[in-house]
Design a protein around this ligand. Structure first.
Ligand SMILES: [Fe+2]
Ligand SMILES: [Fe+2]
Length: 293
């Protein structure tokens, strides 16, 4: 059993939701700015979780090296850890309970369901609804003992220069890749316009769920899964130089998806018993009976 000190060294966030709450501070909902909440409220950024978010990014930026990403791909993309039915997998994911803020936080499944329901309510294709339902399933990595900084957080390319548009860029100074001149040029190990399929992003729940789903969902859904935390590109456009025409086309879908992830949180949980038949049919339409982890 790890003691508390060790635990806070690898898990500075009291829950994974703290990272997502921080995203909302950085990218507030344009609609609530215009209506209820004042911009002032968003600028008041002295929230208690802030130090832990800083500490989280310090670790993330220090340890996400090019080699680390290759190691994690080798370790997890063989999918030989566990096999579960889809609904058992959601229950498994829900063991990531957040006990820090019982008033406002819903469990992981509720976030997924609210995302997918918001997509469905707007009449988007059913595979996009499914992408909404599964986009954070990769957070089960935490339940396999992975530290938070290797599961969540904004993702970014490794093996080439880091953009200063990435949150807390100063922490990259402590990353061993900073000492490797090959990784410190604009293109690094890649070539201009090579396409994101050639590019390694920092390891986390996005890449993992993309690989889990890649044989089953249409390509725009796969882009949503794979790049939903790549804020440095989908919000900041800092890596256009690595993208090809096809990526640009597909990123329209990633941008369409992002607000459903960020702004669909609602304190009232959807009625699962009523929704269940719809989702059972949807899941059966696209996915096998069990998923490999
Ligand atoms: Fe996510
Ligand atoms: Fe999410």
């Amino acid at each position: 059993m790890r003691d508390n000190k060790q635990l806070s060294e690898t898990h500075p966030l009291s829950s994974l939701d703290v990272w997502e709450d921080d995203l909302l501070q950085r990218y507030p909902d344009p609609e609530s700015i215009a209506t209820a909440k004042s911009t002032e409220e968003y600028r008041n950024y002295e929230t208690p979780g802030r130090d832990s978010v800083r500490e989280f990014y310090r670790l993330n930026h220090q340890y996400q090296t090019f080699d680390f990403v290759q190691q994690k791909k080798a370790e997890f993309l063989s999918f030989d850890k566990k096999e579960m039915s889809i609904w058992d997998a959601f229950q498994f994911l829900n063991q990531l309970v957040d006990d820090s803020d019982p008033d406002t936080d819903l469990d992981q499944f509720q976030h997924l369901l609210q995302t997918s329901e918001a997509i469905r309510a707007d009449g988007h294709p059913d595979w996009m609804v499914l992408a909404g339902l599964f986009h954070d399933m990769g957070k089960v990595l935490c339940l396999f003992g992975e530290p938070q900084w290797a599961v969540v957080g904004d993702t970014f390319p490794v093996g080439c220069a880091w953009s200063d548009k990435i949150v807390y860029p100063e922490f990259f100074r402590d990353n061993p890749d900073y000492q490797n001149p090959q990784y410190q040029t604009r293109y690094g190990v890649y070539s201009p316009g090579c396409g994101l399929r050639q590019v390694n992003l920092s390891w986390g729940h996005d890449e993992y769920i993309y690989h889990m789903m890649k044989d089953y969902l249409p390509e725009p859904a796969l882009y949503m899964l794979r790049y939903h935390s790549f804020y440095a590109q989908h919000r900041e456009e800092a890596y256009e130089h690595l993208m090809d025409e096809h990526d640009h086309e597909m990123f329209k879908w990633v941008r369409l998806f992002n607000p459903y992830d960020l702004y669909s949180k609602n304190p009232t949980p959807p009625d699962w018993t009523q929704l269940r038949p719809y989702y059972e049919e949807l899941v059966a339409k696209y996915l096998p009976a069990t998923l490999k982890f």
